[in-house]
Ligand binder design. Structure first.
Ligand code: FES
Length: 118
């Protein structure tokens, strides 16, 4: 049986997150931005890569701003796709049913790390 190994990378302190605002951190491990959203003591983490096209363009509609005005969705600036920030699923727009890539996290002593399989 093979053992699954991970590399982990520090993203930020848990105390840096505020409810229903996104924080964006560039991850050298993933070579893209990671979007963190805190809601009701749960952290959601998604890769900043729209699944509409294979080249997965960044989602931000203003610099560092990902949430829709009603704060229910991550919004892609390019063609307006709306992704449920809890499930990552596109619920409206040209990539309906496609999903953002979820980033596995580990929280240790108030510090948030992203994980990646080797
Ligand atoms: S690139 Fe995101 S909706 Fe088209």
């Amino acid at each position: 049986m093979s053992k699954c190994e991970f590399i982990k990378e520090f993203l930020c302190e848990l105390s840096e997150l505020n409810d229903l605002t996104n924080k964006v951190i560039y991850s050298p491990l993933y070579q893209k931005n990671i979007i963190l959203i805190l809601d009701d003591n749960q952290i959601y983490a998604w890769l900043d890569a729209c699944p509409h096209y294979p080249q997965a363009t960044p989602l931000s509609w203003k610099a560092g701003q990902y949430l829709s005005h009603d704060k229910k969705f991550i919004q892609c600036f390019a063609h307006g796709a709306l992704f449920n920030f809890k499930t990552g699923l596109c619920e409206q727009g040209p990539c309906l049913g496609k999903k953002l890539s979820e980033i596995p996290l580990e929280i240790v002593s108030g510090q948030i790390f992203c994980l990646r399989t080797l």
